[in-house]
Design a protein around this ligand. Structure first.
Ligand code: NAD
Length: 364
């Protein structure tokens, strides 16, 4: 291959998110997107034309058998993350970038990790917030002690229950759960990034809209091993979306929102701007320059990390094991509801997805 692009890349799934992967592989110097697979021929053609990808496949198994790939991106609906990741590892890929949520349940996540370990493949989960500048700056602020000792994190991950029932996002068989699996996986991964591992959780999970087979509300309280509490509401049947996190220490607080200074109005678009207040006799805002005002394509940083993991034989900060830990928090929330709002301790003993079990039994 020319231009120093020594990693041959194939992309499984050519939908909405795949464009960010293609852009990343085009921009990262070491990688080149050479093959793509999708069962929808129109999406496949459009995608390959847009990104000048020469090899098109209607089946990812065929692509893996024929295209001699170094790196595979798995950007399909959630139910294929596990099968496609395992197939890519067994086909000899050296690196796999799998979209979130990592898997349907912990049993599948364990099989993915084992398959990659066996094959010597580096597995990275696209929890891309770990690679976005402002989220990294928030971690630095916490570690520097800007807000003192961590006490409580509160998160709103609000979305509508008016989902299109025909979308794969709305059905358990293809999505594995609702907003918790869709964006809660980002949130929980970020909470672990800031506050360490969970010790236990109490939670409630509801399905108000019976046209969909995923939850439309969950809420709960985690105790984290950093001696802090983490409260969340996810879904919540609003007519608007919202992803905001308030991180409180004993000397100050940090807010992360879409344009934090415009708080509820979200006028900041996709700027995940932290807003820092500190206690100096009274609470006052601390002036600081946001690192970025626009949301970059963080997948570029994720791909650069995957390349570095392969070249230097190291595990990613967003590895399969980290992805599994975020999934474990989601499964623990579902498990708390299955056990009648019981306290669930970590590490979790179950391997199934309790939401699916509750659906099967008519418990939700
Ligand atoms: N990291 C993030 O911030 C982020 C953001 C959005 C979406 N995602 C994730 O990316 C994934 C894709 O989401 P999307 O919004 O692009 O969905 P999408 O529905 O737009 O695209 C999915 C694509 O997969 C294709 N597909 C279905 N079955 C296939 C098969 N057997 N082989 C190959 N392709 C197949 C579909 O035809 C479709 O083109 C999801 O897992 C989603 O959770 C991540």
């Amino acid at each position: 291959m020319t231009d120093g692009k020594n990693f041959r890349v194939g992309i499984v799934g050519c939908g909405r998110m795949a464009g960010l992967h293609a852009e990343a592989y085009t921009l990262v110097p070491a990688t080149q997107p050479l093959a793509a697979a999708d069962i929808d021929p129109d999406k496949l053609d459009l995608f390959c034309e847009q990104w000048s990808i020469p090899q098109r496949y209607s089946s990812y198994e065929e692509m893996l058998a024929q295209a001699d790939l170094d790196i595979v991106s798995v950007v399909t609906l959630d139910s294929l993350h596990g099968p496609a990741t395992i197939a890519a590892a067994e086909a000899g890929a050296r690196g796999i970038l799998c979209e979130k949520p990592m898997a349907f349940d912990l049993e599948e996540a364990d099989r993915m990790i084992a398959a990659c370990d066996r094959a010597g493949a580096k597995l990275v989960i696209d929890h891309s917030m770990r690679f976005e500048k402002n989220f990294i700056e928030v971690k630095a602020m916490i570690e520097r002690g800007d807000i003192g000792n961590l006490r409580t994190i509160r998160a709103n991950l609000l979305s509508t229950d008016q989902r299109d029932p025909s979308s794969w996002h709305s059905q358990f068989a293809t999505a594995g759960g609702g907003e918790l699996m869709h964006n809660g996986t980002h949130l929980f991964d970020l909470i672990r990034f800031y506050a360490g591992d969970p010790e236990w959780v109490f939670a409630t999970v509801e399905r108000g809209n019976k046209a969909i087979t995923i939850e439309d509300l969950s809420a709960g309280l985690f105790r984290m091993d950093s001696d802090s509490l983490f409260f969340f509401e996810s879904g919540g049947r609003r007519r608007y979306g919202c992803f905001e996190i308030l991180i409180e220490g004993d000397e100050g607080r940090l807010a992360i929102q879409h344009g934090a200074r415009n708080a509820l109005e979200q006028r900041g678009g996709w700027a995940w701007e932290p807003y820092l207040h500190r206690w100096r006799g009274r609470t006052e805002p601390v002036a600081w320059e946001p690192v970025a005002t626009q949301r970059d394509n963080a997948v570029i940083n994720v791909v650069a990390d995957l390349v570095d993991c392969i070249e230097n034989d190291r595990e990613s900060i967003s590895s399969g094991r980290q992805g599994r830990a975020a999934l474990e928090m989601i499964m623990a929330v579902y498990e708390s509801q299955r056990r009648g709002l019981a306290r669930v301790d970590f590490p979790l003993a179950i391997q199934d997805n309790p939401f699916g079990d509750m659906l099967d039994r008519g418990q939700i």
